[in-house]
Design a protein around this ligand. Structure first.
Ligand SMILES: Nc1nc2c(ncn2[C@@H]2O[C@H](COP(=O)(O)OP(=O)(O)OP(=O)(O)O)[C@@H](O)[C@H]2O)c(=O)[nH]1
Length: 599
């Protein structure tokens, strides 16, 4: 019965308690027993648990007996908690009729509270605000309730105040879901349309698509057609999450469940696509399909050349589950064989890097991230360049365009000055400001993405003592006065150290990079010249003086085991070096380009 279904999600700024509340709801409805209660069931990846951030959306069905004595089917759809995954958030929201908006009583409204709220409003969801963490001594629920009333007109005194951690007032949240969130609409006898709002790869059943059926029904045994890609598949199984996968005979209009497709990669079954019935297809796919586009690029290389096949396998495996990760083989004269990888954002890149190191136990070198530039050649051709080393000769270029973002920063008003200063150092442009809450300001800027991907978030956090938060979206490509900055070590250009920088900053950055490299490159058996060049001119240089490296000299020819240990140690140290020509460059140096900012 559709009147007894509620499809809802929880939206919040990172760390405001979304997963903790989800756990409590599962417990209260007996969906999961105390004994089986792992912390944060919905975040199924270990890494997510450690980072405390939800990466992948998932869904779970609960049965709740409300105060009116009736049983309700509550489908809780989890949404990813970070700006890089905005598109996935928007699809998860499109599968719901309502959203619980969680706000931390000690923090109040923050950038992603607003960003998620606006996304939810775009999807026409009913929003139910909830104030969490009232158990904390620093909680200020009255103030936060007032902020919420000012923001969305929801009467402050009606906003439920809870502690997800201590279980205070959580039952009221379930009643609110039943009473405030409308039941789904949609006709089960119309042609099938089911939205894919998430997916994951399962080694037995292939790609599992998480679906919300809008109209029609899927019966077990029916084939389904993907409306965007045109592919027809015969599902291995259909079912619901309660919370494990439980097969069912049919999913009908209003239902949330899964379709086990048997497909091999999530790229064949993309989030945002629509399932229909090939025998009786719907006229049009559900709106909003968009292919996720990588925005940030970096080279990933194995420290040891022999690990190259393992790295490729690991990337292949990660891609099975992550359609937004792209990669292709790349060769660097400094780092040999590796991969050029594309990510949705810097945070997505960090996650992939960590998973390669931890889950796949790989030693890798990641080069400084770059954005994708549009290069207009003098003959009118347009090149897309995501690796500084590939930028053609300056004389052939008529214009370089770079991606600009709309950036929102949400902060206590005290940090206004220091934030404005950071923005101007990063070539940002002020657009407007709003005051959604007392003593809080939302600043709107436009800024090149290349300036955001180098330590921007850390700089913002340190300047605001952790209080400011941010969100960003792609705006457009704009021409910029950009040049290639090259680094030569021992007279050889090191491709992995090249960068594309704003012309005004080239001199300063070249100098900073050279002095940083001078610190990082160990003394060798000969003098090593480090130079920065731009537009064919050397703009900075330094020398690393020669030293005689004789590690055994200290041993006085005595203790043989000690000698062995020293040699072992030196060998291990070497592994973290890369040979460029005849010069050893440590891994750190390749990231040095990144850390030049704030100095
Ligand atoms: N004191 C207190 N701490 C809470 C409460 N709810 C959550 N927390 C803590 O706040 C932190 C973040 O909670 P999560 O539930 O992981 O937050 P989240 O919003 O799911 O975070 P992301 O997955 O990163 O988006 C954890 O350390 C929780 O234990 C609460 O009601 N009171």
């Amino acid at each position: 019965m559709m009147e007894h279904i509620r499809n809802f999600c929880i939206i919040a700024h990172v760390d405001h308690g979304k997963s903790t509340l989800a756990d409590r709801l599962l417990q209260l409805t007996g969906t999961i027993s105390e004994r089986d209660m792992m912390n944060q069931v919905l975040d199924s990846m270990d890494l997510e648990r450690e980072k405390g951030v939800t990466i992948k959306a998932s869904a779970v069905r609960m049965v709740y007996t409300a105060q009116d004595g009736l049983d309700y089917e509550l489908n809780l759809i989890d949404t990813p908690g970070h700006v890089d995954f905005n598109y996935e958030v928007s699809r998860a929201l499109a599968a719901c009729e309502g959203a619980l908006l969680i706000v931390d009583a000690t923090q109040g409204i923050e950038a992603q509270t607003l960003a998620n709220l606006y996304l939810a409003l775009e999807s026409d969801l009913v929003i139910v605000p909830v104030i969490n963490k009232i158990d904390l001594p620093s909680a200020r629920p009255d103030e936060v309730a007032q902020e919420l009333e000012n923001l969305m007109g929801y009467p402050a005194e009606e906003i439920v105040r809870i502690s997800a951690k201590e279980g205070i007032n959580v039952a009221q949240v379930l009643e609110l879901v039943v009473n405030k969130v409308p039941p789904p609409k949609g006709n089960a006898s119309e042609p099938l349309r089911a939205l894919i709002f998430d997916s994951h790869y399962d080694s037995y059943k292939g790609v599992i698509a998480y679906v919300r059926v809008n109209e029609g029904e899927i019966r077990s045994g029916d084939s389904v057609k993907l409306m965007v890609t045109g592919a027809v598949v015969k599902p291995v199984e259909i079912g619901v999450f309660s919370p494990g996968m439980r097969p069912v005979d049919a999913l009908r209009a209003g239902d949330v469940g899964y379709v086990a497709t048997g497909l091999k990669t999530v790229a064949e079954c993309r989030v945002g696509d629509t399932f229909t019935n090939p025998q009786r297809p719907a006229a049009a796919a559900l709106p909003g399909y968009r292919k996720a586009k990588p925005m940030v690029f970096a080279g990933i290389y194995p420290t040891e050349g022999e690990d190259y096949p393992d790295l490729r396998d690991a990337l292949d495996k990660l891609q099975l589950n992550d359609a937004s990760l792209v990669f292709e083989p790349e060769t660097s004269q400094a780092l040999n064989f590796g991969f050029r990888c594309g990510f949705l954002g810097l945070f997505h890149m960090e996650i992939i890097q960590e998973r390669l190191e931890r889950e796949y136990d790989l030693d890798i070198v990641v080069t400084a991230p770059s954005v994708e530039y549009e290069v207009i050649m003098t003959d009118g051709e347009v090149l897309r360049v995501d690796s500084p080393a590939q930028l053609p000769d300056e004389s052939l270029i008529s214009e370089i365009r770079e991606p600009w973002m709309a950036l929102q920063i949400f902060s206590p008003t005290d940090y206004f000055g220091t934030i404005m200063d950071l923005i101007s150092k990063r070539r940002g442009v002020f657009v407007s400001q709003e005051h959604p809450a007392p003593n809080r300001v939302q600043l709107n800027f436009e800024i090149p993405l290349s300036e955001l991907i180098v330590d921007f978030f850390d700089a913002l956090k340190s300047r605001s003592r952790g209080y400011a938060s941010m969100d960003y979206q792609f705006l457009e490509y704009r021409p910029g006065n950009l040049v290639k900055l090259e680094v030569l070590v021992g007279g050889e250009a090191v491709d992995a150290l090249a960068a594309i920088v704003h012309k005004e900053n080239a001199y300063h950055k070249g100098q900073a990079l050279v002095s940083k490299l001078k610190e990082l490159i160990p003394r060798q058996l000969f003098d090593v010249a480090i130079q920065a060049s731009s537009g064919g001119r050397i703009i900075s240089r330094a020398n690393v003086k020669a030293v005689r490296k004789d590690v055994l000299a200290k041993c006085y020819g005595g203790d043989i085991t000690r000698k062995k240990k020293l040699l072992e140690k030196q060998k291990r140290g070497k592994r973290r070096m890369k040979m460029v020509g005849s010069v050893e460059i440590p891994q750190d140096a390749f990231m040095a380009v990144l850390r030049l900012e704030e100095e």
